[in-house]
Design a protein around this ligand. Structure first.
Ligand SMILES: Nc1nc2c(ncn2[C@@H]2O[C@H](COP(=O)(O)OP(=O)(O)O)[C@@H](O)[C@H]2O)c(=O)[nH]1
Ligand SMILES: [Mg+2]
Length: 803
């Protein structure tokens, strides 16, 4: 509701003026403060039901002097309820202003102008002029109400009003071609004494005179009054003195205003102001505002302004009331979904919105309406565009995913079969993805929206697809080359280890052959598999270089592992032992005193040293290693590695000289130990118990033997012992039993000796347990000095005796 204050009126009147009254269908469209009603639209809708009638309505107004029966006439003609002066109480106070009501049976808006008697005050003249101007501008028909006896009075109020009407008209119509207005003269208290034709002639001549006397602008000098008006005349007999005649004349007149089929029907289409009913309020207000501001009126401009305004309003209404809700479902694209129905929904809703817009908007000024229609379409398209772009982004993502999946499936099948067809998988996936994207994108576009093009996203999509397929191809190639490398390096490694373990003069030849053979095998594999990737020559060369490099570093790593200090020591020890401890036939040697052990030792050392030198370096002259492998192919791939790992052109060092010395030292210790062991075993095998010692034992132990043989207890014990020994021997228990017994006996002996010493008995030194213990292990014995050996022999004897 507009914020308007009504000067000079009571708050009550103000309230009544601006508040919708559901009980009263009459509306004061302009009040006595010259304010325009804010609730016309509401009346159009709720009371009069005209809002959606388009052009199917008419407007009629009346003007004339005060109390000439205007309201009475309107009520009779249109079944309205305008205030009428009460005949018995005399003149009643009627609110000044312009009132509107709808005809009872037809879509006609009836305007009743309540004025004061003309010529009173300037202010009132001004209101009258403005009311006349307003009525004329918005009505198709203006009823000019006058008494017959006033017709001839040129200076009378009626003709003064007519002059005003024509004067105003001149201001209004600046261009020809606008709809004409019908001035319908109703002669009240018509007596028929002067025929109507005569009266109308008189009136017309007055009107022509008035028209001629108006100061017209140059552009309108040549126009006649008939270019802007049509005229009609009717006489109504006296309402009281010729009641029946009055009634029948009114009835006849009513038919002319209400019956479309009447031959004199008043509201002919040519009179229509072409203002659609829903725009009536805006139109009327625009006119009134201009009148109040006393600006020159330009009806065409008004209709254009109206069209602008209304079309804008209609588009807003349809946009907010229908379109936004209708396309709400499309917002789902914001969650990343691809909506199959996107295009269909968008197009449907836009079309339906345009139909709604057309329904009301098409009635307005056609050029404005068409422009506004385009604007409305663009508004909807602009609203949908971000959603469309989102839809395409989602589509791009989804299609890219299916592309990746289909490519990955093809690759997986290739990897399973070992036959690679990457290029053809890529082609197939690309073609179907492109088609899927294109068709879905086109289906999503809005017809007629020229800036809705999927081209940018499509190009972006293609770039993405190529990036993805490039990545996939690289990964697949890496896997393919990697798997070939793994097989090649693995096989090479196994062979190389076997060759290294076998040793010998042909070792390096075998190692290098293993390298070469596997590289060649790998290159064939890579080339075969690479064909499916449509790899370029450079690419294949790179793979080959890579493969050679990997195999070569694999070889070097294997050599490094296999020639570590421990491994080398073990190897040398093996070589030494096989030469030193075994004879030519591989039979272990049993050392005799006469064996030339030092010679064997020297020969074995020499053999080990020779082997060590072989392992230490690859001599190219020995291995017949082609330069091309070492120098060109191996290092072609990466110059970084090249600078790091370039070899002496004559040989390749596997073990550095520092490490060689270390290995030699460690081996020397092992060899020395083996030598000493050999020496000792030679002593052990030659050291036998002499016969005199056995004889001495028999003599010294004679009494004890006899005691055992003749004492039944001892004898039984001996028998049991012998039996036990036999059983132990049968079950291989002698060794463990021997050791257990020995330990026990030693314990007892220790006890006994300490007991004897306590009692002052002088125990011989050799029986002392410490000495026995010290010489227990033959290995240690071998490392003892010569002088100690006899003592240890005696100890052994003591042990035996105790056993
Ligand atoms: N003489 C005469 N009086 C009429 C006629 N119609 C209405 N009246 C009376 O004129 C007075 C004014 O009527 P009203 O319709 O209020 O006039 P308005 O002020 O022009 O609207 C009332 O007393 C009516 O009864 C008519 O045709 N002839
Ligand atoms: Mg009246």
């Amino acid at each position: 509701m507009e914020d308007q204050t009504v000067p000079g009126s009571t708050p009550d009147a103000e309230l009544r003026f601006s508040r919708f009254d559901p009980k009263d269908s009459r509306l004061q469209i302009i009040n006595d403060s010259k304010l325009f009603s804010p609730i016309v639209t509401e009346y159009m809708k709720k009371h009069w039901g005209l809002a959606d009638k388009g052009f199917d309505y008419n407007v009629v107004a009346v003007f004339g002097s005060q109390s000439t029966g205007k309201s009475t006439l309107l009520n009779r003609l249109f079944g309205t309820n305008f205030d009428v002066m009460n005949e018995s109480t005399g003149r009643q106070q009627t609110t000044k202003g312009i009132w509107v009501s709808k005809a009872e049976d037809t879509n006609t808006l009836v305007l009743d102008v309540e004025g004061t008697d003309g010529g009173e005050r300037f202010e009132d003249q001004d209101f009258e002029r403005k009311s006349a101007l307003f009525s004329l501008a918005i009505s198709e028909v203006v009823i000019v109400n006058m008494y017959e006896n006033n017709v001839g009075l040129y200076n009378g109020a009626n003709l003064g009003l007519l002059k005003t009407v024509l004067d105003v008209n001149l201001q209004l119509f600046q261009q020809a071609g606008s709809p004409k207005t019908c001035l319908y003269f109703v002669i009240r208290d018509f007596t028929s004494q002067t025929p109507l034709s005569k009266l109308s002639e008189t009136l017309m001549s007055y009107l022509e005179k008035i028209w001629a006397g108006l100061s017209k602008p140059d552009t309108k000098k040549d126009y006649s009054i008939h270019d802007f008006f049509t005229f009609a005349f009717v006489g109504l007999p006296h309402k009281i003195f010729a009641r029946d005649a009055f009634e029948s004349a009114v009835t006849q007149l009513r038919h002319k205003f209400t019956d479309r089929n009447n031959s004199e029907y008043v509201f002919v289409p040519a009179l229509h102001k072409r203002v659609p009913a829903d725009g009536f309020s805006t139109f009327a207000k625009g006119i009134w505002d201009r009148i109040v501001a006393s600006k020159d009126l330009d009806l065409p401009t008004q209709t254009q302004l109206l069209a602008e305004h209304r079309c804008e309003e209609i588009s807003k209404e349809v946009f907010e009331g229908y379109f936004v809700g209708g396309v709400k479902s499309l917002k789902a694209v914001e969650s990343g979904k691809v909506l199959d129905e996107f295009g269909e929904t968008a197009n449907d809703k836009v079309k339906e919105s345009l139909v709604l817009f057309d329904k009301d908007g098409s009635r307005y000024n056609s050029s404005v309406y068409e422009r506004k229609r385009i604007e409305f379409f663009n508004k909807m398209a602009t609203y949908l565009l971000p959603l469309f772009n989102q839809q395409l982004a989602n589509l791009s993502k989804k299609t890219l995913e299916s592309f990746t999946t289909s490519l990955a499936a093809g690759l997986a099948a290739d990897e399973a079969s070992g036959v690679f067809n990457f290029a053809s998988h890529m082609e197939t996936a690309l073609r179907s993805s492109e088609a899927a994207f294109r068709s879905a994108a086109i289906a999503s576009t809005l017809e007629g929206a020229l800036d809705w093009t999927p081209d940018v996203q499509f190009n972006q999509f293609l770039i993405e697809i190529h990036r993805v397929s490039g990545d996939k191809r690289r990964e697949a190639v890496e896997r393919m080359v990697g798997s070939v490398q793994k097989v090649v390096v693995g096989a090479m490694k196994d062979t190389v280890i076997a060759k290294l373990n076998a040793g010998g003069p042909l070792m390096w030849g075998g190692v290098i052959d293993a390298y070469k053979d596997n590289v060649v095998f790998g290159i064939v594999q890579v080339q075969k598999r690479g064909a499916g990737f449509e790899a370029s020559h450079e690419e294949i060369e790179q793979w080959k270089g890579n493969l050679q490099w990997q195999t070569w570093t694999g070889l070097l790593d294997t050599l490094k592992d296999e020639t570590k200090d421990e491994a080398m020591c073990a190897r040398l020890k093996n070589i030494f032992e096989s030469k030193f401890r075994y004879d030519e036939n591989g039979v272990p040697r049993l050392w005799n005193l006469e064996d030339p052990i030092d010679l064997y030792f020297a020969a074995a050392c020499e053999e080990a040293e020779r082997a060590l030198n072989t392992y230490a370096r690859i001599d190219k002259s020995i291995t017949l290693l082609g330069d091309e492998i070492l120098e060109d192919q191996c290092f072609a791939r990466n110059s970084q590695h090249e600078t790091k790992k370039r070899f002496d052109p004559a040989c390749i060092n596997i073990i550095s000289s520092g490490r060689l010395q270390n290995i030699r030292d460690r081996f020397k210790k092992d060899a020395d130990m083996l030598f000493m062991e050999a020496k000792r075993s030679m002593v052990v095998t030659t050291a036998k118990i002499p016969p005199w010692f056995i004889a001495l034992t028999v003599i010294l132990g004679w009494n004890e033997f006899m005691l055992v043989l003749f004492n039944p207890v001892y004898f039984t014990l001996l028998a049991i012992t012998l039996g036990g020994l036999y059983v132990g021997y049968q079950y291989g228990m002698i060794g463990p039993a021997y050791h257990t017994g020995k330990v026990m006996v030693k314990g007892v002996l220790r006890e006994a000796i300490s007991e004897l010493e306590k009692n002052g008995v002088d125990v011989p030194e050799f029986l002392k347990l410490d000495g026995a213990e010290k010489n227990a292990k033959p290995r240690r014995k071998a490392t003892k000095k010569e002088g100690e050996s006899s003592q240890s022999k005696e100890q052994d004897e003591a042990d035996k005796k105790l056993d």
